[in-house]
Design a protein around this ligand. Structure first.
Ligand code: GRF
Length: 209
């Protein structure tokens, strides 16, 4: 059994999708060991508590990045987390944090990276006028929205879309993509070749500590 640690800052729909996948047996070897938010008032925290999960607020307000990260990493380690899943965590991780979990931190981003990194990716894509966008689940490295890509899902931009309807359809795909990516990583049936995640090969990145 592998322990997931979820980090979020807001509504938490990706967290809920992961929790639902576990409940439905789509991620049979995983459990959520802890849900952590850097914002006390994140609705996702309340959802986690209602589901009986271990949910912690570790406020980042006014704290230097690494000081806050040390508290978060300590909580992840106390809960013996194997894989960290960023799910709408609106805070950059310090290089130190990333180094504590090598190839064991995932992030989801609502565009087809490397297009439209950063904030409001769905709106960026809509305003640019692309005809296809989507979402990306990737390993986290020390650069923003940058690490090796595990899963991408495409979403067509319809003539009838506005940025809200587009974001909603991307979100549906995010919920599918995150479970797929976690399954791939936990199964360990892949190899990291440079930036490429190639499946069907035994991973050198084992999730044992
Ligand atoms: C998602 O669009 C995710 O891709 C981005 O932040 C949003 C979080 O949404 N990183 P939710 O809190 O999971 O509902």
């Amino acid at each position: 059994m592998k322990n997931l640690g979820i980090l979020l800052s807001g509504r938490g729909s990706n967290f809920v999708a992961i929790a639902d996948s576990i409940a439905a047996g789509r991620l049979s070897n995983a459990r959520i060991a802890v849900v952590i938010s850097n914002r006390d008032e994140a609705p996702g925290l309340e959802t986690a508590r209602r589901r009986g999960l271990n949910a912690l607020a570790i406020s980042s307000k006014g704290k230097p990045r690494e000081e806050h990260d040390r508290k978060v990493v300590a909580a992840l380690q106390q809960n013996q987390v194997d894989l960290v899943c960023l799910a709408g965590y609106m805070r950059l991780l310090s290089p130190w944090f990333v180094q504590q979990f090598p190839s064991r931190i995932l992030n989801i981003h609502p565009s087809l990276l490397p297009a439209f990194p950063g904030l409001e990716a769905q709106q960026q894509a809509f305003a640019y006028g692309v005809k296809v966008t989507g979402c990306t689940v990737h390993f986290v490295d020390e650069e923003l929205d940058h690490g090796a890509i595990i899963v991408q899902k495409t979403v067509p931009v319809l003539d009838s879309d506005d940025e809200h309807t587009l974001a909603e359809r991307i979100l549906e795909q995010e919920h599918v993509a995150y479970t797929e990516a976690i399954r791939i990583v936990l199964e360990g049936n892949f190899e990291i070749k440079g930036r490429r995640i190639v499946r069907g090969q035994r991973s050198e990145v084992r999730l044992q500590k």
